[in-house]
Design a protein around this ligand. Sequence first.
Ligand code: HAM
Length: 421
Amino acid sequence: MKYAAPRGTKDILPNETPLWQWVEAACREVFELYNYKEIRTPVFEATELFSRSIGTSTDIVKKEMYTFPDRKGRSLTLRPEETAPVVRACLENNLISPDNLVKLYYFGPMFRYERPQAGRQRQFHQAGVEAFGSADPLLDAEVIQMSVKLFEKLGLKDLEVDINSVGCPKCQPKFREAIKKYFTQNITKMCADCQERLEQNPLRILDCKEPVCQKYIEKAPAASDYLDPECKDNFEQVLKSLESLKVRYRVNDRLVRGLDYYTMTTFEVVSKQLGAQNAVCGGGRYDDLVAELGGKPTPAMGFAVGLERVIEIIRQLKIENRQLKIGIELFVATIGEEARKVGFDLITKARENGISSDIDYLGKSLKAQMKAADRMNAKYVYIIGEDEIVKRSAALKNMKTAEQKEVGFDGLIAEIRKGVK
Ligand code: HAM
């Protein structure tokens, strides 16, 4: 093979796209049910947008961004996530105003230079939402509930909502100091990454998956002990609202997210079905980001779902999706040139009537055409030869039941419509 897809990227092939489309349609349906509107932004942005918002000492900015100069020497980066681009787009297009709650959703590829493994790619896809303009804890609960509703709709079970509060800029530094102090005692026994994190981003140590670090992480101070009274009260209100929405959650005070912009509520939805990369969704509040990027202070909250991971679980669970559109409705098999012309007119008419259909373009024998129709997952095959042209009627074969029925050319569309319902 001369060329292969770059490491950490994958083609999504025609036999997989129906499942992707089904998942995307479910996301759209749920997001729109909660009044979110779609936004689409470029896949690359000025590098500074990401370093400013995600944080210069995070793994994403330090090690994982695809950054390159363009032909005029401007530094651009393929988006590693979509929250910062959405904030940028809102500010640039004046979408955020004080008396308005702006609710947006998006789909698209994201790019992170990570070590590829199951559930982790260098180009992966997210579906996400961002809501701007309200600090109401009920909005936190609604956003979290929406993610749960989405997974329910997709038939995903055994998911857990992990939730935490990382506090506000007033209490965060106290917690960071406490964490730093605590880990300093044992840092030489911990992994090289954690040793590096201690100075630059000590909270990230809590997220380390290395076995040697676990026993120290287990006994580390909890964020909840350092929350100031307002943050504590806010977190309690979020939890209460979740309870009233009947969303089950687990408070996980080890939950620190890989991006620095979070304040207060953070959450992840985790699946037992997946291996080490088990978060199917992550998000939280980021009340300071809009101001940080040049806007007026605007509270905000959102999440992003990792679509590859969701699709992997659906595959493992073998969730039956009868909605998946994997075949065509009609294949017209023809014998001889004249029949091909008639057949072509028939599929043209079928398509005009919204019936997906196809015909042979390779001069195949009838037997080979029947095989091709089978591979295309055709629901019906209509078989036309010389005699059929004369009588303007032919056999319509239901490929599932193998039943055949004589149907006139003029009645074909009505007959297929009857069966396709
Ligand atoms: P994140 O946790 O970095 O958050 O990513 C969200 C989800 O994207 C993860 O839970 C995971 O399912 C998926 N994901 C991340 N990296 C990879 C990868 N390399 N391969 C496959 N899937 C991956 C964010 O991106 C935030 N922007 C979410 C957010 C929105 N917070 C507020 N609003």
